[in-house]
Design a protein around this ligand. Structure first.
Ligand code: F6R
Length: 608
């Protein structure tokens, strides 16, 4: 949510800033801006409402400087506009600040700074930082001291980069709740809010900790705490492939990421299946078998699709290990003064590892003495670091705002966890072997579903014309329906509602008519007959039905059917979900939507 970049070195900063912002655009895309300074000082700034491409078009050829900062915004305080775009400056146009996060006491600081003579030009909370730092940047004060002093007065979350026209040989950055990564180059340094903006330039990175600042110069960096104690940080090497950040010939990142799933699932499984003992090895749990046996309940927390993946995970855990498990939105959990129990295992789910609500839930559990595992994609992210242990997904970077491959890998990670729990409890070796074999077969089966892209594209184009859609599934199929509806509405803006198939007759059946088709999950399992009865009820009300099924329902209970290969019943939801990703994608394309950057949304929701 909001992207930050910065450069200092011998070259012109602007090309890196613009390219870096383009790579971070998935974090926010309603306005963008850059500020640069040359060796002789002075600031040049450009900021525009719109996309990074609009900014690039507005930056003149003479816009050059060897030190620069940039920002792409997702509005929190104030509408998207040129004035509200970052960087924000003080009135002397000496200090420029880009910021990700929320300054909670902005109103109070603004009133005080206004009384002292500052004139505010935007509605943003960030502008107070520029005036506040300027107020502390008195004659002879080092920029890092001015930033530290200003941050001492701030309540809230931030990742910031600060440029001082009078000290253009340095950039000061700080992190508290919003990520900041330093990239170490050859006599040049880079900064970004995530590594995707850096990997083309350097693989050597330093992730700042919360409460840490850094002064970055062309020849290196120094990290320190808010009370000026030096910290010692060694760069680590990024192992994600550079081409993960390109569309690699696909029309959109989303389509590429959907098609990457055979490989990303293989990576999630890699080295974790134990055929001899018919179980899974999860080295990062930091819990031995005895400790795991003491767990009486599992509570899974995540937001949006991560929460739905958690619902699938909860069902897997209950089915395979018979430990009661439940998934809840982290955003709700954290505000309801939850009871934290010693024999409950808490599991936080997050692709980005940055989602503020999920992080806050983890912190609340830990504060009350609970034990939390993370199921996280981004290595070293805030949530991963806050947890007591966990499972990394290894799905690779997910750039498109809508989650697909991370969703699937999360459910696979839960299947591994459920298998591991199950084999410690009462899951038989035969059932363990069945699940191991089922997991191993998934990548090939996903490939098979992806080959059916053409049929799904045609159906999606047809169904996209409807006024809304119903998604239904029973028990294991219900979280699939929820995720399918979520994907459709978020990228195509077609209204979609998910219901348990069993609940349809208790209310929403009233909505059914030819204009409101139903996508029905119809696996060939012990509930098949019940599902067919529901389809009959829909057809009797002239409803149109698109079935996602293992075999075509007989007697015209569905108008269309997308067939998926059969897995083990517990793993079927994973495969049933894949056609729904393609369906949402093609519906969005048919409606001319901006698939990778849907309106009003951004990836990594680092605000409340
Ligand atoms: C939906 C989607 C969001 C995220 C949610 C949590 O496609 O991407 O609902 O799943 O914002 O994000 P993470 O997993 O990064 O915590």
């Amino acid at each position: 949510m909001c992207g930050i970049v910065a450069y200092i070195g011998p070259k012109d900063a602007t090309p890196f800033l613009l390219e870096g912002l383009q790579r971070l655009e998935y974090r926010g895309y309603d306005s963008a801006g850059v500020a640069v300074s040359g060796r002789t000082g002075g600031l040049k700034t450009r900021k525009v409402k719109g996309r990074v491409a609009d900014l690039a078009a507005a930056v003149p050829a003479r816009f050059k400087g060897t030190t620069g900062i940039g920002h792409t915004r997702w509005a929190t305080h104030g509408v998207p506009s040129d004035a509200n775009a970052h960087p924000h400056l003080d009135n002397a146009e000496r200090i420029a600040v880009v910021h990700n996060g929320i300054i909670e006491n902005a109103d109070e600081l603004r009133a005080k700074l206004t009384a002292d003579g500052a004139v505010f030009l935007s509605e943003t909370d960030t502008e107070v930082l520029a005036h506040l730092i300027a107020a502390h940047a008195t004659e002879g004060t080092d920029l890092e001291d001015a930033v530290r002093a200003a941050l001492g007065k701030v309540v809230g979350t931030y990742g910031i980069a600060v440029l001082d026209a009078e000290q253009p040989d340095r950039i000061v950055v700080a992190r508290n709740g919003s990520p900041i990564v330093l990239g170490v180059g050859e006599k040049e340094m880079f900064v970004a809010s995530d590594v995707s903006a850096l990997v083309r330039y350097t693989r050597q990175v330093v992730h700042l900790e919360d409460g840490e600042l850094a002064t970055v110069r062309a020849d290196g960096f120094r990290t320190f705490t808010e009370d000026a104690r030096t910290t010692h940080r060694q760069p680590s090497t990024v192992d994600w492939e550079i081409d993960s950040y390109d569309t690699a010939g696909y029309e959109h990142f989303l389509l590429k990421e959907i098609h990457e799933q055979p490989g990303s699932v293989e990576r999630t499984l890699s080295g974790r299946l134990d055929e001899r003992f018919a179980t899974a090895h999860l080295g990062g749990l930091n819990l031995d078998a005895r400790e795991l046996r003491e767990i009486r309940r599992v509570k899974i927390l995540g937001c949006g699709s991560a929460y739905y993946a958690g619902e699938m995970g909860a069902q897997l855990i209950e089915e395979l290990s018979r430990i009661p498990a439940h998934s809840e939105p982290a955003s709700e959990f954290r505000y309801r003064n939850p009871v934290i129990e010693a024999d409950t295992l808490y599991v936080a789910v997050s692709q980005s590892g940055e989602t503020y609500d999920t992080l806050a839930a983890v912190q609340e559990i830990k504060r009350k003495g609970g034990r939390v595992l993370g199921v996280v994609n981004t290595v070293g992210s805030a949530i991963a670091r806050e947890c007591d242990g966990g499972i990394y997904l290894h799905a690779g970077p997910e750039i498109s705002v809508a989650s697909t491959k991370a969703f699937t890998s999360t459910v696979v990670a839960f299947a591994l966890l459920a298998l591991h729990f199950g084999r410690i409890h009462d899951l038989s070796p035969a059932d363990g072997r069945r699940i191991v074999a089922g997991l191993k077969a998934l990548p090939g089966q996903i490939r098979e579903i992806l080959e059916n892209d053409g049929q799904i594209a045609e159906l999606a184009a047809e169904y996209a014309k409807c006024e809304g859609m119903m998604f239904i599934g029973r028990v294991r199929g219900f979280p699939v329906a929820r995720e399918g509806a979520q994907k459709l509405k978020e990228i195509s803006y077609v209204h979609a509602e998910a219901y348990p198939a069993s609940e349809l007759k208790h209310g929403p059946l009233a909505l059914i008519n030819p204009e409101l088709p139903t996508v029905a999950l119809v696996p060939d399992d012990e509930l098949l007959d019940k599902n067919l009865t529901t389809l009959g009820e829909i057809k009797a009300r002239s409803g149109r039905v698109l079935a996602i099924a293992h075999r075509t329902p007989e007697t015209k209970l569905a108008d269309h059917c997308v067939l998926v290969p059969k897995s083990e019943p517990e793993l079927d939801p994973l495969l049933l979900n894949i056609p729904l990703q393609l369906f949402a994608y093609h519906a969005a394309v048919a409606l001319g939507r901006d698939v990778d950057k849907p309106r009003n949304l951004a990836k990594s929701v680092t605000v409340e």
